[in-house]
Ligand binder design. Sequence first.
Ligand code: HAX
Length: 435
Amino acid sequence: MSALKERLAQKIEEHRPRTKKLLKEHADVKLGDVTIGQALGGGRGVKMLVTDISYLDPMEGIRFRGYTIPEVLEKLPKSEGAEYPCVESFWWLLITGDIPTQEDSIAVRDEFSTKKIIPQYVIELLLKMPRDTHPMTMFSCAVLAMQRESKFVRHYERGMDKLDYWKPTYDDAIQIIAKLPSIAAYIYRMKYKNDTLIAPDYSLDIGANFAHMMGQKPPYDDLARLYFILHSDHESGNASAHATHLVSSTLADPYYSLSAGLNALAGPLHGLATQEVLRWLIDVIEKLDGVEPTEEIMKKFVWETLNSGQVIPGFGHAVLRKTDPRYYAQREFCLKHLPDDKIFKYVSMLYNVVPDILAEHGKAKNPWPNVDAQSGVIQWHYGIKDFDFYTVMFGVGRALGVLSNIIWDRALLYPLERPKSLTTDMLEDIAKKAK
Ligand code: HAX
C-alpha cells in the first residue's frame, strides 16, 4: 500500500465514528427549511450535502481543508525551483487534510508516475474523432473509454465488503489523475497543433510535465500548478462536483462518475465560462477594429450584452458574494508575469466597470468577478489562443477535487442520492395553506 493510501486508511478509521454517531444520535436535528423559491430555484442554499474537502464561505471564498488559497500556496511543498506548490502535495492535502512533508509529496509523485502511461486505444480514439469535436467532448470520451480499466468494477463483481469500497475507488482515482494532464495535452496538440504530439516526461511533476507536453517553457509549469490547484474544488454542490457525486452514489465507478462531472463542467454557466470571457473580449476588440478600448467603450459593450438578454461571462456566482479569491490569485500571477499584456489590461478594465453596471442592472446577486474572469487571459498570453480548450484545463484541476470527494463518499458509506420531487399542484396547495 502506498504511503498516502496508508495514511488515508488511518484517517478513515478515525473519521467513521463521527459520521456514525451523527446518524445514530442526531439524525433528526434540522439543518434548515426548504422554501418554494429554493425548490424552483435550483436548490440554492439548501444544506443537503456533506464534504470535508473544501468549504465555500460567500464572503471569504474557498478554503481547501480549512486553508485559504494564500495559505495553501505558502504552506505546501514545492518542486525544486518552483514558485507554486506541486499538484502532488495538494492532492495529499485534499485526501488527508494534512500538509504533507516534502517526502510525502515525492511519494505521491512516485505513485503517480507508475500510472501515467495512457492506453494506446485512448490515443487512437482521440485521433479518430472529427477535429471539430469540442475538446471537452474529447476529454470526457477519453475518461469514459478507460472505464474498462476500473478496479472498482472488478472488485465489486467479485464481491466486496462495503467498508472496502473506498480502496479500489482510490486506485481508480490515482490512475485517472496520473493520466489526465497528458490526455489534455494530447488533445491540445491533436486539435490545434496538427497532431504533433510531445511525449510525456515522467520524471517531471504534474505541472512541469503538462507544460512540457503543451510545448511551453517556464513559468508555464508554475501557471499549470496554480491553475490546477485553484480549479480543483468548490464544495460539493457545484454542478461538476455534484454530478460526479450523484453518479458515484449509484456505485458507478470513478470513470463513469468523473466523465459525468466533466459534462457538467462543459456548460456555459459553469466551466465553459472560462472560454466565454475570452470569446466576449476578442469579439469586442474585433468590433472596435483597431480603436483602443476605454472604460467608456467597455461600459457600452457590457450594457449591449445585458440589454440583449445575455450574461456577462466571468461575473456573478451562485454562492460567492465578493470577488472570488481565485480571481485574485491569478491576478497576482498576471501582475508578476504579464503586467503589460493588453488583454490583461482589458480584463482589469472590466473589473472596474462591470460590478457597478451589474448592480445598476439589478439582477445579479453578486456583481463581482469569478475565477473564469481571469483565467483565460493568462493562457492567451502564453499563446494558447484556442479558447475552447480552456475548460479542459479546468477539468484537469476539477478532477482533483471531485475524485477526492468520491473517495471519501465511499469511505463514509454515503448512500444513493435521491431527493424528493413535488408537483406544481402540490406547491400551489402548500402556498395556499401557508397564507
Ligand atoms: N450577467 C448578467 N446577468 C447575470 C449575471 C451576469 N454575470 N449573473 C447573474 N445574472 C442574472 C441571472 O441570469 C439571473 O437572471 P434571471 O433572474 O433573469 O434568471 C439573476 O441575475 C439572478 O441570478 P443570481 O441569483 O445572481 O445567480 P445564479 O445563482 O442564478 O447564477 C451564475 C450564477 C454563475 C450562473 C451567474 O452569475 C452567471 O450566469 N454568470 C455568468 C456566467 C459565469 O461566469 N459562470 C461561471 C461561474 C463560476 C463557475 O462556476 N465556474 O465554473
